[in-house]
Each structure stands twice: as structure tokens, then as C-alpha cells.
Write a protein that binds this ligand. Sequence first.
Ligand SMILES: Nc1ncnc2c1ncn2[C@@H]1O[C@H](COP(=O)(O)OP(=O)(O)OP(=O)(O)O)[C@@H](O)[C@H]1O
Ligand SMILES: [Mg+2]
Length: 231
Amino acid sequence: MKTVTMDSVSKSYNGEKVLDQVSLEIAEGERIVLLGASGCGKTTLLRLIAGFIVPDVGSISIAGELAARDGRIFKQPEQRNLGMVFQDLALWPHLSVKGNIDFGLKAKGLPKAAREERIKAVLDLVGLTDFTNKKPGELSGGQQQRVALARVLVLEPEVILMDEPLSSLDAELKVRLWKEIIQLQEKIGFTLLYVTHDEREAIEIATRVLRIENGQVDSGVGHSPNPGSIG
Ligand SMILES: Nc1ncnc2c1ncn2[C@@H]1O[C@H](COP(=O)(O)OP(=O)(O)OP(=O)(O)O)[C@@H](O)[C@H]1O
Ligand SMILES: [Mg+2]
């Protein structure tokens, strides 16, 4: 089953083409890393999938349903069952760890008992049970990153979009969190789209790397080092 499909998607800002007829298919449970230089269009691609912007031409489908086509939107961001973690974690500073995680659950209208249960489970999953009542400002960078992750995981999205979520962390912590993200993904099975410009990070995390350059996405399949030599 394809979770995300883009068909000949182009996107320009003020007449400058950022993505040029990009087509890609992402299957359930893949860990896709989007890799490319600053300004190549990585965030633009995630924003298109999230539904914050629409393609000028071309179509995007999520879970087999048309989400946007040729400048028109058919599924709003909140109808796409996606979770997002950005570099700026955007945690609520005045709310506790628990409050931050509860925020989205409340918005979904879940009853209190169900919310409590899910929060407990997700805090356990990311190893933050001891920090339940702390404010983000009292946590380390890595712990804050885990809160941002927990806040998304608790909503059980099918697809999680991450835009350089670890770029503000030191190298050692980064490596530890890569491993945790991979473990969580393997355990829960969500589809991951992860943006970075760090080649090593890409190779560590990805089951498939998509490289963006000159508005084109190299789909990461069909590479033969020497295609002419077979047969
Ligand atoms: N809202 C916008 N209005 C105008 N131009 C934009 C807008 N957003 C992005 N751009 C331009 O589109 C291009 C791609 O931007 P994008 O943010 O997608 O790059 P990126 O690959 O995420 O870069 P980085 O690695 O620096 O985050 C850049 O040239 C950028 O200046
Ligand atoms: Mg970006």
C-alpha cells in the first residue's frame, strides 16, 4: 500500500521553480530520508505532503486518496493523519511535559481516561516517565526532542514528517536519538519522511534515500553501478 504519492508535482515561489515535475511513491513502513543542499526544496516537499502548501501543477495522494491537485486542496492538513516534528520543536513553554503531550489528544476530543493511558504509554516509550511534570525549559535538548516526538507518536499517525529535528543537538546525542527513532519506527511501524542535509545521518536512518537537486528527486531505485555490463 502506498502512503504518499506525488505525481508530476511542480512548485514555484515568485516564478522561481523549486520542484520541477517531481514524482515519487512511498510505501507503508518505509524510512525515507530526503537529502540535499540548503535551499534545494526539502522543506517545500514536506510542506506539500503536509498540506500547508499546494502544488502549482501535479497531484498528491495520501493513503490512496487525492489530497491536492493543480493548485487545489482536497484534504486539509488535519485530515491527512500525519505527524510533524520540526527543528524548532515548538513545545508549549508554560505546559508540563504531560500537558504538551495531552494538547493534541484533547484537541482530538479523547476522554480523560483514554488520554491518561496513552500519555503514560508514550512517556514510557520515549523514556520520560520521570519528567512527566517538568516544563520544557527544565529539560535538556535531547529530552525536549523526545517530548516533541512523544507529542506526535501519541496521536498514532500513519506518516511522520521530520524536518531536521536533531540539527541543534551535539553529535553524540544525535547518534543516540537516530537509534531511538529507528527503534520506535520498527516497533510502531509508521512511515517516516526525514529531512536532513547530513549524509551520514541519512545513511544511518534511511531504508531509502531520496536526493533532491535542481528541482528533481532521485527516487533511490533503479541504480546499477554499471548498467551496461549485465548480460
Ligand atoms: N515561502 C516562501 N516564499 C518564497 N520563497 C521560498 C519560500 N519558502 C522557500 N522558498 C525558497 O524556495 C527554495 C527551497 O526552500 P526550502 O525551504 O524548501 O529549502 P530546504 O531544502 O528546506 O533548505 P534548508 O536545508 O536550508 O532548510 C529556497 O530557494 C527558498 O528561498
Ligand atoms: Mg528546510
